[in-house]
Design a protein around this ligand. Structure first.
Ligand code: NAD
Ligand code: ZN
Length: 248
């Protein structure tokens, strides 16, 4: 393990272009559950599919019920050591930026500036019919008070968190930029993702094909471990701290 920490620290010191790619696992140390670990979100309730959200008032109510619950987790959460070290590396120009699947906004809270949010942000809501966007907080409060899924104050359209639901397509410009980063980097640090959901599954492959070194930090094995130049099955906060200490 120590040898691997040192090896990754050396790669980081020598790299011209390092990109981090994060999933729900980087936020569990901030108290936000991931999807697939035991006790994760999926052991409690099934997410509402986008098509169902569009089609049924009942599904919209269930969506807002789930989102109001996770909203409480998100607003109470503080960035942890993992988020902070990535923000520091960006400040030190060791890291170009972070591609994240997370919707919690904790990379930005930690000070990261170049963040590509593949799945949008739960800090905002957006109307599906017009370009109205707003802070999520008051709308979650309204739902809790009225127990009714809110609608857009501008046009009456459906109001939803500014996140990508299952069945909804990813914002093409964000995806294009993430693919570009994966192609251009010479070191991709992947952490806290089970790497089963697209495009998460394909970004590491793309980076690897374009000649980048691939490092995976994840408690459990992932399907892409065999592709990686280094794999660390450990907690993200402690692992990044170990690597950070060893950068020459
Ligand atoms: P996932 O739940 O599929 O996988 C998370 C992985 O992280 C697991 O393999 C787990 O072993 C590992 N892990 C958990 N805590 C860790 C830690 N402290 N150190 C090291 N490894 C740890 O997550 P995913 O691949 O990101 O996909 C889930 C989807 O759910 C994402 O697309 C995301 O949009 C959404 N989601 C987001 C949040 C959030 O914003 N914080 C939380 C839950 C789910
Ligand atoms: Zn509207």
């Amino acid at each position: 393990m120590e040898e691997t920490h040192q090896k990754v620290a050396d790669w980081l010191a020598q790299s011209r272009c390092t990109v981090a790619f994060t999933g729900a696992g980087i936020s569990t140390e901030s108290g936000i559950p991931d999807f697939r670990s035991p006790g994760g979100i999926w052991s409690q309730s099934q997410p509402v599919l986008y098509q169902d959200f569009l089609a049924s008032a009942e599904a919209r109510h269930e969506y807002w019920r789930q989102k109001s619950q996770s909203h409480g987790d998100f607003v109470a959460a503080e960035p942890n050591a993992g988020h902070r070290i990535l923000a520091k590396w960006e400040q030190q120009s060791r890291l170009v930026g972070v591609i994240t699947q997370n919707i919690d906004g904790l990379h930005q809270s930690a000070g990261s500036r170049n963040v590509l949010q593949l799945h949008g942000t739960a800090r905002q809501v957006a109307c599906l019919d017009c370009d109205m966007e707003a802070e999520a907080d008051p709308w979650v409060k309204e739902f809790i008070e009225t127990d009714r899924a809110p609608s857009c104050p501008e046009c009456g359209g459906l109001l939803k968190h500014a996140t990508i639901s299952f069945g909804q397509s990813l914002p093409p410009e964000v995806l294009r930029q993430a693919s570009q980063w994966a192609q251009d980097c010479d070191l991709l640090l992947v952490m806290g993702s089970s790497l089963v959901v697209e495009p998460a599954a394909s970004l590491p492959r793309l980076a690897r094909r374009s000649g980048a070194k691939l490092v995976i930090v994840n408690r459990e094995p992932t399907e892409q471990d065999p592709l990686a130049d280094a794999v660390l099955h450990a907690g993200i906060g402690e692992t990044l701290a170990e690597i950070d200490q060893r950068i020459a």
